[in-house]
Design a protein around this ligand. Structure first.
Ligand code: ATP
Length: 232
């Protein structure tokens, strides 16, 4: 039996200020499918719609038109509660401004989503989190707060947090954008290793041609349209 694509878009559009005299369409009928295990870059000039598309695929914003299925579920008919549940169950986010909770330790930042979103017990969440912090090279820093960690270390905590929920899909928005080349390579290698080990699909927005060249597939947006889809 073939698996449903993790992401499927058909004729997807997004407009802002819908119904007003200055409605602007920023995504113009996109078709895109990403299978389990695929590792893809999303590239394109500033303003081409990459973040908007990532937010829609991440179920943080609704499309204006077309179809969006995530993990085989058509999202159009889902209630807000069902959307939230699907997002929590299926998607891990690694964003540049990683939204770690400053008052909590690295360990707590990784455990809390599993406890809150999944109802996992404290002990089980902590055991998983420690394994993940070890895997990202931060076991010794587990009890430090984000403000006591470097940018690259904070980004690794964000990756551990995303992976703690064992998502089928990882969405990363410029995950290495503010990091030096060496740390960026480490972060990229981590994402790649988890993609290989768990077959989670990854879609990574990047302005870095070096990183895009190391993805299996490169989707290029220009002016809200897919201009190129290499390696599909
Ligand atoms: N909330 C909003 N309201 C109105 N227009 C918006 C909104 N969010 C984004 N846009 C517009 O949508 C277009 C695409 O923006 P988006 O942030 O998705 O581009 P991007 O490719 O991610 O750019 P960058 O690489 O600079 O981050 C831009 O023209 C932007 O001004």
């Amino acid at each position: 039996m073939s698996e449903a694509p993790v992401i499927q878009l058909e004729g997807l559009t997004k407009a802002y200020n819908v119904g007003t005299p200055v409605e602007t369409e920023v995504l113009h009928g996109l078709d895109l499918s990403l299978a389990q295990g695929e590792f893809a870059a999303l590239i394109g000039p500033s303003g081409s719609g990459k973040s908007t598309l990532l937010n829609i695929i991440g179920l943080l914003e609704r499309p204006t038109g077309g179809r969006l299925s995530i993990a085989g579920r058509d999202t159009a008919s889902l209630s807000e509660a069902e959307i939230t549940a699907l997002r929590g169950r299926s998607i891990g986010f690694v964003f540049q401004f990683h939204h770690l909770l400053p008052a909590f330790s690295a360990l707590e930042n990784v455990t809390l989503p599993a406890i809150i979103a999944r109802g996992v017990s404290d002990d089980e969440a902590e055991a998983t989190a420690l394994q993940l912090l070890d895997a990202v090279g931060l076991k010794a820093h587990a009890h430090k707060k984000p403000g006591e960690l470097s940018g690259g270390q904070q980004q690794r905590v964000a990756i551990a947090r995303a992976l703690a929920l064992k998502p089928r899909l990882i969405l990363a928005d410029e995950p290495t954008g503010n990091l030096d080349t060496h740390t960026a390579d480490d972060i990229f290698a981590l994402l790649r290793a988890f993609n290989r080990d768990t077959r989670c699909a990854c879609l990574i927005v990047t302005h870095d041609p070096r990183l895009a060249a190391r993805c299996d597939r490169v989707v290029q947006l220009v002016d809200g349209r897919i201009a190129e889809d290499r390696g599909a």
